[in-house]
Design a protein around this ligand. Structure first.
Ligand code: COA
Length: 109
């Protein structure tokens, strides 16, 4: 399978697979083939997360997966009525670009 068709399969996995909260590792993740898209967090209080570091496996970086993952995480937290502070510079960029609904549950200090 060439890289372009493979990336579409991986994008579909990212869209369809659930967000898992691996609390022991302070990590949200979504399964992608044999790896994961991950986001390290700190829980500020039961309803608020500090989103610290986003990671897409190296071979898939620069293909739009990070943006899809960012939206998926924001949607997941909004759906659960949770607030988030953005420390990850990538998530700040994505949130600032889209404004609107992703600002609603964002806290700034
Ligand atoms: C950062 C990362 C998650 C982005 O995922 P990706 O799939 O490569 O991103 P996309 O292809 O969706 O790119 C979306 C945009 O984010 C930008 N971007 C990439 N890395 C960035 C970073 N570290 N900070 C801010 N913006 C970044 C891209 O240039 C692109 O901008 P454009 O739309 O204006 O061209 C991924 O590259 C990665 O895991 N990098 C290593 C770890 C890291 O640096 N994490 C971020 C710091 S917390």
């Amino acid at each position: 399978m060439n890289r372009v068709s493979n990336i579409n399969v991986i994008k579909t996995m990212l869209i369809k697979n659930p967000v898992e909260d691996v609390a022991a590792k302070k990590m949200f993740r979504v399964a992608l083939n044999k790896s994961h898209a991950t986001l390290i967090y700190n829980k500020i209080n039961p309803n608020t997360y500090d989103l610290i570091h986003t990671f897409i496996p190296k071979r898939y970086q620069g293909t739009g997966l990070g943006s899809i993952f960012a939206f998926k995480i924001f949607d997941y937290l909004i759906e659960k009525n949770l607030k988030y502070k953005l420390t990850c510079e990538f998530l700040i960029k994505i949130c600032d670009k889209t404004k609107g609904k992703y600002e609603l549950n964002r806290i700034k200090d």
